[in-house]
Design a binder for this molecule. Structure first.
Ligand SMILES: NC(=O)c1ccc[n+]([C@@H]2O[C@H](COP(=O)([O-])OP(=O)(O)OC[C@H]3O[C@@H](n4cnc5c(N)ncnc54)[C@H](O)[C@@H]3O)[C@@H](O)[C@H]2O)c1
Length: 258
């Protein structure tokens, strides 16, 4: 889908990949609604976007707030053509030490928010015969994440939900893409020690602007898997070819890091 003249919503847009994506979509001619739970940082992105776009705070795990956000975007910018479910959290470690609240937050932001957005948007999209859902998952959703069980599990769930949407509604005009990067230089890769360790295990860091460029190209060609680090495809294929060998390799990688 060409983004020129389209209305797009981008969650988690106060920084990192979401901010870069907002600016790149605006440059491609889209009307952008940027949203994030961090209102102050989002205001700065709103200033960068300028007139003709929106920057509205929203907690994507709050169904009512998300509903009002979409309603406001529809009335001010037009029907939503593309929804980038990009907000995410890298939290939690071993299930022994990770409390329920952390699991709940990881599921809330990384998975449930995608479900809430799809629930809000699908009826209109099916009526129009068109709509595009772009889920930011992670390479951790295809080939696991050393260190953080909640991150690995919820990102797999995000991939599964995106796949399900594509299988179920792909023949009714609903396009779906799933972004699965390894390391990207953002607050997530420079956050607390855990987040840092999670991302550090993920290879070469790309700049968010590089990722945004690749996402816009992926949306243009309507590919399901968008892989800014092409080697992820090889890792994913190796996993599918010989699961036990792949697991043994991941254990070696983990022991090399500890
Ligand atoms: N940085 C990486 O190495 C990397 C790798 C793979 C995938 N990802 C994914 O990319 C996405 C963007 O992350 P990023 O790297 O730009 O990091 P980031 O921390 O800069 O961006 C995440 C954004 O999500 C927002 N957010 C968190 N909870 C929210 C909520 N409840 N409601 C609304 N917004 C909320 C945060 O405020 C933040 O601005 C995430 O889904 C992340 O898991 C990142």
């Amino acid at each position: 889908m060409k983004l020129d003249g389209r209305t797009v919503v981008i969650t988690g847009a106060a920084g990192g990949i979401g901010r870069a994506l907002a600016l790149r979509c605006a440059a491609a001619g889209a009307r952008v609604a940027a949203t994030d739970i961090q209102a102050d940082r989002l205001t700065l992105v709103g200033d960068e976007l300028g007139a003709g776009h929106l920057a509205m705070p929203c907690d994507v795990t709050d169904e009512r707030a998300l509903d009002s956000l979409v309603t406001q975007v529809e009335s001010e910018l037009g029907a939503v053509d593309v929804f980038f479910a990009n907000a995410g959290v890298a939290i939690g470690e071993d299930p022994i030490d990770t409390p329920d609240e952390v699991w709940d937050l990881a599921f809330g932001v990384n998975v449930r928010a995608h479900i809430l957005a799809a629930r809000r948007l699908l009826p209109g999209w099916l009526e129009r015969g068109e709509g595009y859902f772009v889920a930011t998952a992670s390479a951790a959703g295809l080939v696991t994440q050393i260190g953080s069980a909640p991150y690995a599990v919820t990102k797999h769930a995000a991939v599964a939900f995106a796949e399900w949407l594509s299988v179920t509604y792909g023949d009714q005009g609903i396009r779906v893409s799933c972004l699965c990067p390894m390391g990207v230089r953002t607050a997530m890769s420079h956050g607390d020690e855990l987040a840092h360790r999670v991302v550090r295990s993920a290879g070469e860091l790309l700049e968010p602007e590089e990722v945004a460029e690749i996402v816009v190209r992926g949306v243009d060609s309507e590919r399901f898997l968008i892989l800014p680090h092409p080697e992820v495809l090889t890792f994913f294929q190796r996993k599918a070819m010989d699961y036990d060998r792949w697991l043994a390799g991941m254990r070696r990688l983990q022991s090399g890091q500890s």
